[in-house]
Ligand binder design. Structure first.
Ligand SMILES: Cc1cc2nc3c(=O)[nH]c(=O)nc-3n(C[C@H](O)[C@H](O)[C@H](O)COP(=O)(O)OP(=O)(O)OC[C@H]3O[C@@H](n4cnc5c(N)ncnc54)[C@H](O)[C@@H]3O)c2cc1C
Length: 420
């Protein structure tokens, strides 16, 4: 082809869009918006009919979003739609605890006043975040959303990629991105193996109303069976992520609401006054699942499809949004330079940027969970002293705060609050 401009037009005509995103949970929409802002065209295919996830009773999770994630959502135009439903996290208190005995005397406090950037993060319910993503996807030029459609097959060649849907429809692009969660079919179909294990723990998740204000403080009680996180939502309401051994969690979930609260009270304590259920009750089995590669020619994995982690530090979605920011930056810049965005040397830049960081964090959370989810008196004494020592060292504490706020490391532009 002599004329590169005509060559490009002809090549573009051959694809339905530049990028095919499999999975429209949270990372899929975020990536679609970031790529569309950078001038690329995207098709998002999600197995679930779109409005389902936005319904109140669909997903009980509320996310602790790091400052860096909020910056990305702001650049993508999503934050203004959800800000009114968010709750700033002003302090995090972590302590060793035993049901009925309350928190141990040694605890660790992270205070937003120790960093210049303001609150360490923001709590936001899934339904508000998802609805805002959905609205943004349907109004942003360059994004086609196919919801209620399941990808069953995929093919990559040296020139492009395609997916086949259960309906028989076929879509083509330069690149497939798997944002299809920790059981990623995109990874499996590509022959990418996963490493990981179940924790034998299930998270019981619900919203709890309480008489006293939480003052924006998030609590993490490390119980022998698993951590209990009490996370502030707007008003006198907190979201709980209560991890228990699978068999115990099953029994607790089967209890009536009154019995559930009776089981929770000795763990929760009375520091927020009387407690009541303020939402439906959900369970999530917990596991670690790491893809052995994040990229292949014409294929990339993002979010839980690349790394499903323990929710102990509330970092899973934050890690996924880091992937989104890094991959979008790599692809948009490559496209502006006229490179083939599906070529492996382009995709390797994303893998080099993200794989080490997310693997280290996933294994770090795994270690914390193992260290704290037991009642061994020696480990208990050791970790209590450890918590006390970190608490006594302001510079170390500040380092942890910056890490949790997503401000450490080599930040992609979106996480620094800049457009690509
Ligand atoms: C109890 C709990 C609490 C958590 N708390 C926090 C927190 O405080 N902070 C935080 O940062 N993270 C948290 N996380 C982690 C966070 O929930 C996940 O990291 C995040 O939801 C992953 O989003 P995703 O878009 O990668 O995957 P998912 O949300 O799993 O989305 C995958 C999507 O892919 C679609 N899909 C799958 N297969 C196909 C197919 N073949 N064709 C088409 N579509 C398909 C599905 O329909 C789904 O919509 C928590 C997790 C748990 C379990």
């Amino acid at each position: 082809m002599d004329n590169p401009a005509i060559g490009r037009i002809l090549r573009d005509m051959a694809y339905d869009s530049d990028i095919l995103i499999v999975g429209g949970g949270l990372n899929g929409p975020a990536l679609a918006l970031a790529l569309a802002q950078g001038g690329l065209t995207v098709t998002v295919i999600d197995a679930r009919p779109a409005p389902t996830r936005a319904e109140k009773g669909f997903d009980g999770r509320a996310y602790a979003l790091a400052i860096a994630s909020k910056r990305l959502l702001t650049v993508l135009g999503v934050w203004p739609q959800v800000a009114a439903y968010s709750q700033p996290i002003l302090k995090i208190k972590a302590s060793d605890g035993l049901a009925g005995q309350g928190a141990a005397p040694f605890f660790l406090t992270f205070d937003a006043a120790e960093i210049e950037e303001g609150p360490m993060g923001f709590m936001l319910e899934d339904r508000f975040l998802y609805s805002a993503f959905l609205d943004a996807m349907t109004t942003t030029p360059g994004i086609t959303l196919l919801s209620g459609e399941t990808v069953t097959q995929q093919e990559t060649t040296s020139n492009g990629a395609s997916v086949t849907l259960a309906s028989g429809r076929r879509m083509s692009g330069r690149l497939i991105v798997g944002c299809d969660g920790r059981g990623s079919g995109t990874a499996t179909r590509a022959g990418i193996r996963r490493h990981g294990w179940g924790y034998g723990q299930t998270a019981l998740v619900t919203a709890i109303a309480h008489d006293l204000p939480h003052h924006g403080i998030a609590h993490q009680f490390f119980m022998p069976e698993g951590p209990l996180a009490i996370l502030p939502l707007p008003g006198n309401v907190s979201s709980i992520v209560w991890s228990e051994r699978d068999d115990i969690a099953r029994q607790i979930q089967a209890l009536s609401d009154d019995e559930y609260l009776a089981a929770l009270r000795p763990r929760f304590g009375d520091f927020l006054g009387e407690i009541r259920l303020a939402g439906e009750r959900f369970t999530y089995p917990l596991s670690l699942s790491l893809a052995e590669k994040f990229v292949l020619p014409r294929l990339a994995l993002v979010g839980d499809a690349a790394h499903g982690v323990h929710p102990i530090a509330g970092q899973g979605l934050n890690l996924g949004l880091r992937d989104v920011a890094a991959l979008a930056e790599v692809l948009v810049e490559a496209s502006r330079r006229g490179e083939d965005i599906g070529a492996i040397d382009v995709l390797e830049r994303y893998q080099v940027w993200r794989r080490f960081d997310s693997t280290i964090l996933a294994l770090g959370m795994d270690t914390v969970n193992r260290l704290f989810s037991n009642d061994n008196p020696f480990l208990r004494a050791g970790r209590d002293i450890g918590l006390g020592l970190v608490n006594a060292m302001p510079s170390l504490r500040r380092g942890f705060i910056r890490q949790a706020a997503g401000l450490a490391g080599d930040l992609p532009r979106l996480l620094a609050g800049q457009a690509i």
